[in-house]
Design a protein around this ligand. Structure first.
Ligand code: ATP
Length: 262
């Protein structure tokens, strides 16, 4: 009786102020996800039906998972993460049961139920045969039978919205879509500032501006900062220098070794 390693329940440690950039979508997230959880009674009194679920879509490493965790933290909800590709690896019967039990726990307490790589469930229609088909029906059944008063928000994430069946976007399921874009220069600088606010960096503002020009996504910035910390540790220094970031950058992308050292 193998247990599927697919649901992680945790109190999310990410805070709202850790999220950088994304200024264009923050309001939308507040209004469609945070308000309904925080002001459930006000919504009900005014007869406004908030979205039951929201699809976060956009390129990898742009913060979709991080946003979901920060929301859970913000509204003091449980954070439940289900990696859909793991679920598909299960047996017929077993996977649907696992999904049903995740929904059962989610509706019992204030929860953010995060379905990661949701497109995999549709990609699996042919590939995973029976499991895929049964899981799709089970998912729709679960989404359609969440009690009206349950304090739960379903967040799903995908890098490939084009692979998804539009039936999941029907009202009462994932009835809102929010695009999480790749960060532009100003957003990358903001992410860099937030992710290094506790670190001592020589010539900080110049170094961060240079890094904002040489990075692509939030995930890449996270790896870059971590690599630079390791480099400083290795040198036995408490200050991170531009050279530490250069070393980190080169380790991430061999083409960057050619960066000039000013
Ligand atoms: P994937 O589609 O690959 O699962 P994702 O969009 O869910 O990616 P995350 O897993 O949330 O991306 O991002 C990975 C890490 O990158 C985060 O834990 C965080 O450290 C950093 N990061 C990404 N986006 C941001 C952001 N906007 N602000 C601050 N940090 C970010």
């Amino acid at each position: 009786n193998r247990k599927l390693p697919m649901a992680v329940v945790e109190s999310a440690g990410v805070r709202w102020e850790d999220i950088g950039g994304l200024s264009n979508v923050i309001n939308e997230i507040q209004e469609s996800i945070i308000w309904p959880l925080r002001y459930r009674d006000r919504f009900r009194r005014l007869g406004i039906r908030p979205p039951r679920g929201v699809l976060l879509h956009g390129p990898p490493g742009t913060g979709k998972t991080m946003i979901a965790r920060a929301i859970a933290h913000e509204v003091s909800a449980n954070f439940i993460l289900v990696a859909i590709p793991d679920l598909i690896k299960g047996e017929v019967g077993e996977s649907e049961k696992a999904l049903a039990s995740v929904f059962e726990s989610a509706v019992r307490m204030p929860s953010i139920l995060f379905l990661d790589e949701i497109e995999a469930i549709f990609g699996s229609r042919e590939q995973a045969g029976e499991v895929g088909k049964k899981l799709i029906s089970q998912l729709f059944l679960e989404l359609d039978s969440i009690p009206e008063d349950a304090n739960v928000m379903i967040l799903a994430a995908t890098n490939a919205p084009e692979l998804m069946d539009s039936s999941i976007l029907r009202s009462g399921r994932l009835d809102k879509k929010i695009h999480i874009p790749r960060p532009d220069y100003a957003s990358r600088l903001d992410i860099l500032r937030r992710s290094t606010r506790h670190l001592s960096i020589s010539n900080k503002s110049t170094t961060l501006e240079w890094l904002a020009n040489n990075s692509l996504s939030g995930a890449e910035i996270k790896a870059l900062v971590r690599g630079a910390c390791y480099s400083a540790i290795q040198r036995g220094s408490a200050d991170i220098s531009k050279e530490d970031f250069e070393a980190s950058l080169s380790a991430m992308n061999p083409a960057n070794i050619l960066f000039s050292k000013k």
